[in-house]
Design a protein around this ligand. Structure first.
Ligand SMILES: NC(=O)c1ccc[n+]([C@@H]2O[C@H](COP(=O)([O-])OP(=O)(O)OC[C@H]3O[C@@H](n4cnc5c(N)ncnc54)[C@H](OP(=O)(O)O)[C@@H]3O)[C@@H](O)[C@H]2O)c1
Length: 233
């Protein structure tokens, strides 16, 4: 795999993914909103940038054409079904054999077997209601986006991020199939390492049609439960 596309390349996660993908020798194409293109000025000449809304199927089709892999940020903001439209556009327009890697949060459950800590359940319930009331975000959007991804027979991976923090890379995060696994209890990952895991998933066939929930590899919960940690290779 040589050429990849990052949908949502101008965001914090997108910029980290671009940095890691370039460092790993990928040819990088990206799509971002026109008003955000300036955030990629430092990568002029290193990437091919398309501008357009990342939920616009025509813009997505132009950006992903000829790419062997797509790293897609499922935008958590707004109440217009932005993440769902983005996911559908990628599913519809990416090359048939392309590896498709999507980002979302722990609150997404593929099979209903995740067990969420009370604190997280309360936060999701309160934030969900408040965000919808303020028309700031609709948590149901990522749920619908990922439902469509899980139902597709594409070569997808849905990476479920824990709480994030800035800081130097600690290396590839650890993953587990279900939230509630004690290895994930620390619920914290460096944002740069979330991006590193997304890029890694492009070439790790064991992650095809998996929805790994990730946590930083130096987290206390990983040190206490080393036997439970699924280590990407
Ligand atoms: N933040 C967390 O703690 C956390 C935790 C777990 C998982 N995640 C997941 O990580 C991914 C990235 O999240 P992030 O919080 O770190 O944000 P981020 O990387 O900054 O990405 C936000 C993205 O949303 C776009 N965006 C922002 N407002 C928008 C709007 N009104 N309409 C359309 N697009 C808009 C941004 O594009 P522009 O550059 O054009 O503004 C950017 O591409 C998401 O999939 C999220 O679910 C985040």
């Amino acid at each position: 795999m040589k050429r990849i596309c990052i949908i949502g390349i101008s965001g914090k996660l997108g910029l980290y993914m671009a940095k890691h993908a370039l460092a790993q020798g990928y040819e990088v194409t990206g799509l971002c909103r026109a008003q955000s293109a300036h955030k990629l000025d430092h990568l002029k000449g290193a990437i091919i940038l398309f501008t357009g809304n990342t939920d616009d199927p025509d813009a997505v089709a132009r950006a992903v054409a000829g790419c062997d892999g797509v790293l897609c940020v499922l935008v958590p903001w707004g109440v217009e079904g932005y993440a769902t439209k983005t996911a559908q556009a990628v599913l519809d327009t990416a090359d048939p054999d392309a590896r498709l890697v999507f980002s979302c949060g722990w609150h997404i459950s593929r099979d209903g077997k995740d067990r969420y800590p009370l604190k997280l359940r309360v936060f999701v319930a309160l934030f969900g209601k408040l965000a919808l009331w303020a028309r700031f975000a609709d948590l149901r959007d990522q749920v619908e986006a990922t439902r469509r991804i899980f139902a597709s027979n594409r070569r997808w991976t849905v990476v479920r991020g824990s709480n994030l923090e800035e800081g130097e890379s600690e290396g590839l995060p650890i993953w587990a199939r279900h939230v509630g696994d004690p290895v994930l209890a620390s619920n914290l990952t460096r944002r740069t390492d979330f991006a590193l895991f997304m890029v890694h998933a492009l070439s790790d066939d064991r992650l095809i049609q998996e929805a790994p929930a990730i946590v930083g590899r130096n987290a206390a919960s990983v040190r206490s439960n080393p036997e439970r940690a699924l280590v990407p290779q």
